[in-house]
Design a binder for this molecule. Structure first.
Ligand SMILES: [Zn+2]
Length: 328
């Protein structure tokens, strides 16, 4: 059995029932099945033969089994995924999932050896977070959240202080200067050599989220965290960044977003609009739902999410828009 994998003991059916916020106290008997629209009580709950735990069976055909099978049935995931979620710690899940993304991206991009690298530094982190918050006019709590979630790092490149976006898959690292100046006087961002530039940043960290915000470019990825930090349940939300409007990941790359609600924050230009359309198309049949929100439709005259977050009334306008579409 796969039971040796997890560090946490396998939870009971009663525990999973409560974890899923289902009604009533679970014991042997008949209950309403959360797996289908159940007018009668067609879920039978009974003791296992050795009386060590409760098992279940839905008489309408949703399935039967133990606590792991029950979680998988309600969440619509595989037994394997349910097992991981129930037995691994959140950090272990992210590590496990990062390995999965690396495998997926290798398959999709046919490259299995070279990895981007960057000279990370944790020195003076509070000052750097503040500096970036001021540079991009993004509320500090958003910048700090992106850092805590492992999507933002600091260090130096060619002797210049830099901030980078990356994730635990380690496949794509893009650097910008902390001073706001251009690299070598010409480009805003520098993609580290051997990066899989078309790979979204933040996929592994989105594993447990219900709502995933897709953003274009590194500044919007950080800006999205300011919105998430302002939510009632930040843990339900995550953000991923496509580092350019010309990036078009395949369905396989987007597969970790299966069953999730997606919000695409489109830039108010023709490239941004086209990119959002293309991403929506790819996400069809993968995500549970996709809404595209364009900056200028939320507040006229604004070009992107960073721009909105930086403006006086932007945050409130964003949150009310998200409420309107049912994601806040
Ligand atoms: Zn059922």
């Amino acid at each position: 059995m796969d039971n040796t994998l997890g560090k946490k003991p396998l939870p009971s059916l009663e525990f999973v029932w409560n974890m899923l916020n289902l009604e009533g106290t679970l014991k042997a008997g008949m209950f309403k099945c959360p797996g289908h629209e159940d007018r009668n009580a067609s879920l039978s709950v009974f003791e296992s033969r050795d009386r060590s735990c409760l098992l279940w069976k839905c008489h309408a055909g949703c399935g039967k089994g133990d606590a792991v099978d029950f979680y998988a049935m309600v969440k619509g995931c595989s037994r394997k995924a349910a097992f991981r979620i129930l037995t691994l710690t959140p950090n272990e899940i992210v590590d496990d999932f990062a390995a999965h993304i690396v495998r997926k991206s290798k398959e999709a991009l046919r490259d299995d050896t070279l990895r981007p690298s960057f000279q990370f530094s944790k020195a003076g982190i509070d000052e750097r977070l503040t500096q970036l918050a001021e540079l991009r006019k993004i509320p500090l709590e958003g910048v700090a959240l992106a850092y805590r979630r492992g999507l933002l790092g600091f260090g130096s490149l060619k002797g210049y202080a830099a901030w980078v976006v990356y994730d635990s898959s380690g496949q794509n690292i893009q650097a910008r200067r902390l001073s706001g100046h251009l690299w070598w006087g010409k480009s805003k961002s520098h993609t580290m050599r051997h990066s899989k530039a078309s790979l979204p940043v933040g996929l592994p960290e989105s594993y447990l989220a219900k709502v995933v915000h897709i953003t274009e470019g590194a500044p919007d990825l950080i800006a999205a965290h300011a919105i998430i930090a302002g939510m009632a349940t930040p843990e339900d939300h995550s953000a991923i960044g496509l580092l350019g409007a010309s990036m078009h990941p395949s369905k396989a790359v987007f597969s970790p977003l299966e069953g999730k609600d997606v919000v695409i924050w489109a830039h108010s230009d023709s490239h941004g609009t086209k990119a959002a359309e293309a991403w929506t198309k790819t996400l069809f049949g993968v995500a549970r739902s996709v809404v595209v929100l364009k900056a200028e439709d939320i507040l006229p005259g604004h070009k992107d999410l960073n721009d909105l977050v930086a403006s006086q009334t932007g945050m409130r306008a964003i949150l009310s828009k998200l409420k309107e579409v049912g994601h806040a």
